[in-house]
Ligand binder design. Structure first.
Ligand SMILES: [Zn+2]
Ligand SMILES: [Zn+2]
Ligand SMILES: [Zn+2]
Length: 143
């Protein structure tokens, strides 16, 4: 067997394929992506690669240049299912994320962020509650 194939076999032992998103179970980067450390050939350094990039390369038999990113169409950074990954240029990818994520970093499928909306509604109700309590205290003081 070739070195590449041995590394590939080891790679898939870290992947849970029981659902549509194939979840990486190995090491993670600080940004929440899967990290695969491919064993080195003799005399070479270990290769640290992002798991989803590795998976895509294997599936498409194609290297990814540093000018390209893979976008997770499922929004799941730990997913390594190649069909959930879209090859895109770095600049296009940044644009995509500016649109796909709100300023607080929630994934938003529509124009407005549902998560932020929920949060704002909660804050709003808290304010109304506080105002009511204050009003009640004042009324009580007046007797
Ligand atoms: Zn996925
Ligand atoms: Zn992306
Ligand atoms: Zn948000």
């Amino acid at each position: 067997m070739y070195y590449r194939e041995i590394a590939a076999l080891r790679f898939w032992t870290f992947v849970d394929q029981s659902q549509s998103c194939w979840i990486w179970k190995g090491a993670k980067t600080s940004t929440g992506y899967g990290l695969f450390i491919a064993e080195a050939k003799k005399g070479q350094k270990h290769q640290r690669v992002l798991a989803h990039r590795y998976a895509w390369s294997l599936a498409n038999d194609q290297e990814i240049s540093f000018k390209h990113h893979l976008h997770h169409t499922c929004g799941n950074r730990l997913c390594v299912n190649p069909t959930h990954l879209e090859l895109t240029t770095v600049s296009k990818h940044r644009g995509l994320h500016a649109k796909a994520y709100c300023k607080r970093g929630h994934l938003k499928p529509g124009k407005r962020c549902k998560e932020c909306n929920k949060m704002m509604t909660k804050i709003w109700w808290q304010r109304i509650g506080n105002a009511r309590r204050k009003e009640k205290r004042q009324l009580e003081r007046q007797g």
